[in-house]
Design a protein around this ligand. Structure first.
Ligand SMILES: Cc1ncc(COP(=O)(O)O)c(C=O)c1O
Length: 402
């Protein structure tokens, strides 16, 4: 079993002078996966036309070897508990969500429901669609962090409207970093005839996931955050009965030729992040996915305790809703506005060399701390101390932000 914590930093290219507590935002690709991706690039460049036009997707069925995209999709599908034929690669969640929303046969006046905790880029895509169909965007208010799991299901059940056709729900909320009860939420939506698009941006590689078990209609996720794929590697899974309506958001050769062609006969892009995704999963398996997840979750949970203890604040989210990230309130003296958050974030980065996302919410500042296997207690301790030193050095900040 590998020794987690700082000893693992050598597996990444991360700047050794920076305490990196922001894995969740855009991921960080391990060296081995990057080398694998480079090897694929070299392979492509030996015979680019053959690779891109034939080996990649084999659209004319002339190859004797299986299409490379399908081989990669099968490996990823096994990791997330689905059949490879139901899973397509996309560059990111936003592309996957746009494909679904722009393809869905909405009627004029239909409603798309999102939540107040949803990811802004995807909420914007939903807003755009409701404008196009002269429909409504319904924003369901979810309970504050710390509420019970059931209360999130209840909030969705009571928040749906008569004309809601689709709910977009984050499996793991981006700001508050809470795992929501996706299967239960899906069940109440389906009882009301509402289809469910789940955004699992932070999920694969963070918690064990079996997409089939949630019963959702579509699941979009990133592999470049926690599953160690190169950046620009997302997946779109669609239940078999939802596939025939789907179109890639940029019209190209695959248009109207079925699910697979829609997403594989797209304009020319670099497929290497998709093809290298299985290498990230292979690494996770070699390290032991369960032990990695247990270490990351344990450190995240410990971080919540250490930070709230040092900062005199509280962490309310129940442990079963926590994965590998915790969002912890800073002391009130740290500030309350987005401008304060940006100032403290920059000070932490430039003066203390700590990379951590900070934001203002509900009248105070919060830090979302990611715990990857290269982090350890010393990183958390450094963050705790740095925030307290800033407050001691600038007590007037709390006054300037009233
Ligand atoms: C819930 C959620 N959805 C989507 C994204 C990212 O979207 P994209 O992959 O399109 O950049 C994030 C990124 O942090 C996220 O937290």
């Amino acid at each position: 079993m590998p020794t987690f914590g700082h000893a693992m930093r050598s597996e990444w290219l991360l700047d050794p002078d920076v305490t990196y507590l922001n894995h969740g935002t855009v991921g960080a690709t391990p060296r081995r996966v990057l080398s694998h991706q480079r090897a694929i690039t070299d392979e492509i460049e030996r015979q680019p036309a053959r690779f891109m036009l034939r080996e990649l997707a084999d659209e004319h069925g002339t190859m004797t070897t299986p299409p490379r995209l399908r081989v990669a999709a099968d490996a990823v599908a096994e990791f997330v508990g689905v059949a490879g034929e139901d899973l397509m690669f996309v560059d990111n969640i936003t592309t996957g969500a746009n494909a679904i929303l722009r393809s869905f046969p909405f009627d004029q006046g239909d409603e798309i429901a999102v939540t107040n905790l949803g990811y802004g880029g995807v909420v914007n895509a939903a807003r755009y669609m409701t404008r196009r169909i002269e429909g409504t965007l319904r924003t369901i208010e979810l309970p504050q962090p710390g509420a019970s799991r059931d209360s999130y299901v209840e909030a969705i059940a009571t928040g749906l409207g008569e004309h809601t056709r689709v709910l977009i729900i984050d499996h793991l909320t981006p700001g508050s970093a809470m795992i929501l009860p996706l299967a239960e939420i899906t069940a109440v939506c389906h009882e009301r005839g509402v289809l469910v698009l789940a955004d699992g941006a932070h999920v694969p590689g963070n918690i064990a996931v079996d997409i089939d078990s949630f019963g959702v209609d579509w699941y979009v996720a990133n592999l470049h955050k926690w599953a160690h794929a190169p950046r620009g590697c997302g997946i779109l899974w669609a239940a078999p009965e939802r596939q025939s309506m789907l179109h890639f958001p940029v019209v190209s050769w695959g248009r109207d030729r079925g699910f697979r062609d829609e997403f594989e006969h797209t304009p020319t892009t670099d497929p290497t992040s998709y093809l290298a995704a299985p290498e990230g999963i292979a690494m996770l398996r070699e390290w032991g996915f369960d032990v990695c997840a247990a270490y990351m979750h344990g450190l995240a949970w410990e971080a919540a305790a250490m930070l709230t203890d040092r900062w005199g604040t509280t962490f309310e989210i129940p442990r079963h809703m926590v994965g590998t990230m915790v969002t912890v309130p800073l002391p009130g003296e740290a500030g309350a506005t987005e401008a304060d958050a940006e100032q403290v974030r920059l000070e932490l980065l430039l003066e203390d060399r700590i990379e951590v996302p900070l934001f203002a919410w509900s009248g105070r500042l919060w830090a979302r701390v990611s715990a990857q296997i290269y982090n350890d207690r010393a990183d958390i301790d450094r963050l705790a101390g740095a925030v307290m030193r800033r407050i001691a050095a600038a007590p007037e900040r709390s006054i300037t932000t009233a």
